[in-house]
Design a protein around this ligand. Structure first.
Ligand SMILES: C[S@@+](CC[C@H](N)C(=O)[O-])C[C@H]1O[C@@H](n2cnc3c(N)ncnc32)[C@H](O)[C@@H]1O
Length: 378
């Protein structure tokens, strides 16, 4: 199978039904069964893939999150049943680092935990089961469609999930808002701007966006919003932890980002052309944290922490992780190597530390006592 197969499928779809929205095009490129970027074989994340995520850098990322998850369990009064849901679990690395830490360091919390993985690509369940073999009796799965109907108390967390959801693209013109569609011109994909396919785009921008300037392009993640509403409905009591790259609306829809934030990743190079290497390159956009915070509040959530990944990790336990490395029996060279690797997770200016943001929200928790809420000084 190669990208021409996917190209033909999308082109036939356009021939049969007419132009499609960019969101439909992006959904096919990422999730067409057997052919999309995330639904076809091959390693996507890590050195041999196309991009790194924090979880592939060092287990300390998952260990710090596990420390905070343990504090969340205590904030809920140490319940005997405590459900962790990871959405967009990929190969299961993060879940494994979290469960290993809880088993090793927080035995009571670990006893209470059951882990539910949700992943768009069902074939990854096999890899997840192998990686999480030591925690097999605690592990189960849900499909993305089942998540909104699931009811649980505990923590729903995700790392780089919402940036991988299909987006609509819009363009402001002197005549008003237009949507970018994908059509065929001389057998090539071409973008055309026209009246939006749904009033939901304009409504979204009014509620969670900013006024766009003529000539400005932007993305609207209706799929992300729908996913989020389903996730909030599923969580009965506990915490939502969202880690991703993105901004609040004023920054995301700032005129400086005149062409939006859409990027493509292929073998660690970044491009902005989504019409090449169909199904073989990642297509991604920065997420709108204002949507989660504002919609979350409307749905009864409290926004309890929002900021850079670096500050979150340092406050939530990275300092302790680094202290433990210092105090360990490792050689000086090994210690240095670990420190340098971990630095990538917290480095500002181009590192992951200030590119990624963390949002912690709670539902029905009177006094959340989390490590991220403590000050870490300047
Ligand atoms: C960018 S990858 C991140 C994977 C992993 N969390 C990490 O940090 O390495 C996004 C993942 O989310 C999955 N995904 C996309 N939409 C989803 C949904 N609605 N529910 C669950 N998983 C989804 C994709 O299949 C893909 O594995």
């Amino acid at each position: 199978m190669n990208d021409t197969t996917l190209q033909t499928i999308i082109a036939n779809r356009i021939r049969a039904r007419g132009r499609i929205t960019f969101a439909e095009y992006m959904a096919a490129c990422l999730y067409e069964p057997g052919l999309g970027y995330y639904t076809s074989p091959g390693r996507k994340v890590g050195t041999s893939g196309d991009f790194y995520t924090s979880i592939t850098v060092h287990a300390a990322f998952g260990r710090v999150i596990a420390r905070e998850i343990s504090a969340m369990w205590r904030s809920l009064g140490c319940p005997e049943e405590f459900t962790l849901v990871e959405a967009g679990a990929g190969h299961g690395r993060l879940a494994c680092d979290i469960m290993d830490f809880l088993a090793e360091r927080s035995a009571e919390c670990y006893r209470a935990v059951r882990l539910v993985l949700v992943e768009q690509e069902p074939s990854l369940a096999e890899a997840q089961a192998v990686l999480l073999a030591a925690h097999r009796d605690k592990l189960s799965w849900l499909t993305p469609a089942e998540l909104p109907g699931f009811r649980f108390s505990g923590v729903l967390y995700s790392n780089e999930l919402l940036d991988a959801m299909p987006v609509h693209r819009v363009l402001m013109t002197p005549q008003g808002l237009r949507e970018l569609y994908v059509t065929l011109h001389e057998e090539q994909f071409q973008e055309v701007a026209d009246i939006p396919s749904t009033p939901a785009l304009e409504e979204y921008l009014q509620r969670y966006g900013m006024p766009l300037h003529p000539g400005q392009e932007a993305e609207v993640s209706l799929a992300g919003l729908a996913w989020y509403e389903g996730a909030v409905a599923a969580l009965q009591q506990g915490f939502l932890l969202t880690i991703d790259y993105g901004w609040l609306k004023a920054e995301l829809y700032d005129q400086r980002r005149n062409l939006g934030t859409l990027l493509c990743y292929y073998r660690h190079t970044v491009e902005d052309n989504p019409y090449q290497r169909l199904g073989q390159q990642d297509i991604t956009t920065h997420i709108n944290f204002s949507t989660l915070m504002e919609r979350g509040e409307e749905l009864g959530l409290q926004n309890i922490w929002f900021g850079d990944q670096a500050r979150f990790l340092m406050a939530a336990g990275m300092i302790e992780e680094l202290d433990e490395i210092e105090a360990s029996d490792l050689t000086e060279k090994e210690k240095l190597q670990r420190r340098l690797t971990i630095k990538r997770l917290i480095m500002p200016e181009g590192g992951m530390g200030d590119t990624f943001r963390v949002l912690v929200q709670s539902k029905g928790v009177t006094t959340p006592q989390l490590a991220c809420l403590r000050g870490i000084g300047p």
